[in-house]
Design a protein around this ligand. Sequence first.
Ligand code: ITT
Length: 202
Amino acid sequence: MQLLLATRNKDKIKEIRQALADLPLTILTCDDFLDFPEIEETGATLEENATLKAKGIYEHSGFPSLSDDSGLEVDYLNGAPGVYSSRYAGPGCTYDDNNRKLLQELNGVPAEKRTAHFRTVIAIAWSVSEIDVVEGRVNGVIASEKTGSSGFGYDPVFYYPPAAKTFAQMTLDEKNGVSHRGRALKAARDKIMARLNKAAKL
Ligand code: ITT
């Protein structure tokens, strides 16, 4: 079976590839297509955007397509940046710009009020009408400064208390073992396995 990753984010691709590496799948990415389309994220929720992306890429390519829409939801900021996580500091911003803005917004806020969670919604479009949607979530605390150099995005400021480190201090395997994306991918694996089993029986 071929599965196309409906994302242009290389960091996500790395994590998804690692988590699905042992499945009998050929993973395709945007690099396999000359005309990989840009799907506008016009939804108000991660679920809507994940579905838009998976369906849009399926319609364009004809391959089963897996999308990932993720967001960081900070309690003190009433759930922001949420669905706007990638463009929090404005159009064309970098991961660093976003982290700087987040740390500024939380400047002086005590540790007990810096709780947050990451959420990932994964949608897999098997056809235009058959779309599986699963979710993963992890709780943490926004640190007062950046620590660590692995991972991407908000990982250097996302402190995970059970491991006593930020996600940017973890290896890829460690992060996938506990992260929002890792958890969503575990649920996605079950959907993919069910599909593979169904195909094998035909
Ligand atoms: P695609 O839409 O092409 O998949 P994107 O980067 O625009 O890529 P999102 O809309 O899901 O993806 O934006 C999520 C943003 O949240 C992402 O750009 C990062 O800044 C952040 N993010 C997502 N997953 C993360 C993770 O595991 N660790 C840290 N930050 C993450």
